[in-house]
Design a protein around this ligand. Structure first.
Ligand code: ATP
Ligand code: MG
Length: 80
């Protein structure tokens, strides 16, 4: 958020829903097209890889001008 969004504010949440731990980080900054990220950008790819290695999923919602929301969902039994 600090590096890319252009916003000085982010909201962060951690909650338990339906046997999962859900973590989100969202901002109301400039947003981007997730499909248009080229090679050589390892940050989000690395986050997704680490989440999937422990059985979770990473969901990325963003569009130019729309802010960004990154959500992680982890099954509770492996998160402990
Ligand atoms: N919160 C955000 N707001 C706006 N754009 C974002 C945000 N997060 C990521 N991006 C966009 O997605 C691209 C990929 O982000 P990612 O963290 O994967 O790579 P990077 O930061 O460019 O490089 P690295 O993390 O490897 O140093 C960024 O270059 C930026 O264009
Ligand atoms: Mg990065």
């Amino acid at each position: 958020v600090a590096r890319h969004s252009g916003s000085s504010r982010a909201a962060v949440g951690v909650l338990e829903v339906d046997g999962e731990v859900r973590i989100f980080v969202e901002d109301e900054g400039r947003g981007f097209d997730p499909k248009a990220v080229g090679l050589g950008h390892q940050g989000l790819v690395g986050m997704r890889e680490r989440v999937e290695l422990v059985g979770g999923r990473l969901l990325l919602e963003s569009a130019p001008g729309e802010g960004t929301r990154v959500q992680v969902r982890l099954p509770l039994e492996v998160a402990a």
